[in-house]
Design a protein around this ligand. Sequence first.
Ligand code: M3P
Ligand code: FE
Length: 311
Amino acid sequence: MAMTGVIRPGHAQLRVLNLEEGIHHYRDVLGMQETGRDDQGRVYLKCWEEHDHSSLVLREADSAGLDFFAFKVLDKATLDRLDGRLREYGLPTERIPAGEMLETGERVRFTLPSGHQIELYAEKTRVGNGLGHVNPNPWNAAAEKGIAPLRLDHCLLYGPNVAKVQEIFEKVLGFQLVERSLTPEGDANMGIWLTCSNKVHDIAFVEYPEPGKLHHLSFLLSSWDKVLRAADIMSMNSVPVDIGPTRHGITQGATIYAWDPSGNRFETFMGGYTVYPDHEVLTWTFEGLGEGGGLDFAQRKLHESFLTVVT
Ligand code: M3P
Ligand code: FE
């Protein structure tokens, strides 16, 4: 799909139980760059390859989890158009003024029937990746600091009403369904993987009774070697690993799932295939998710934590 609407994941605001531990994890172990702190005490970070000011905002709170996940849209006209479409569809939206988040323009916020807050915005200060725009080097020292992901890539969210959520992303926001997994009865989608671009996914949902839950935020690496290097760094820093290194059958991404100090799951991954508008949706049966290797293609098992541990 030509990217004329929603262009990509932009930022996530994550709740951490202890700010200093959260900063240590995301800045020093994952290797993101700290780009600011605001008067609410929130800390802003970005991955080394990202050009915009921030992709992760940490907020200290009594419970872990996700405050909101945001997508960047092409421009202000697109923001207004999508705001109108959401309201026409029957989803109330809220306008959050420019500057409420550091270096970030006006945001349109709405709540999905899954209980998640999603935001759209068109403007964020470009701080660059430090490599310039004329005859740039491909990387610099920041590309080797910590795990050093290229960018915030996608998230997987757990909550009720996945069918409704799918309709909103496809019909209102112009996303494309790439893969799905079925309920044990096979009569509905239990999981959906959606793209707004030609990445294999930009956001995913799994049906879950409790609203507004985070399964993982995912960070992109450039090679399988870097995934193994990430595993080494996690081990050297006593980061608890959930699954991997392995490959998901679903999306074909090579992955590690692990937990930050607050219990929020994060993923470091690489790979996946390219999605074009004529892509035919791939379907995983409930058995396919486990024995079929959908979740873990190497081990072909449904790790219990996948369905039960969320923040
Ligand atoms: C990802 C990914 C499952 C596959 C998940 C996929 C749950 O998290 O990044 O591709 O089977
Ligand atoms: Fe993922």
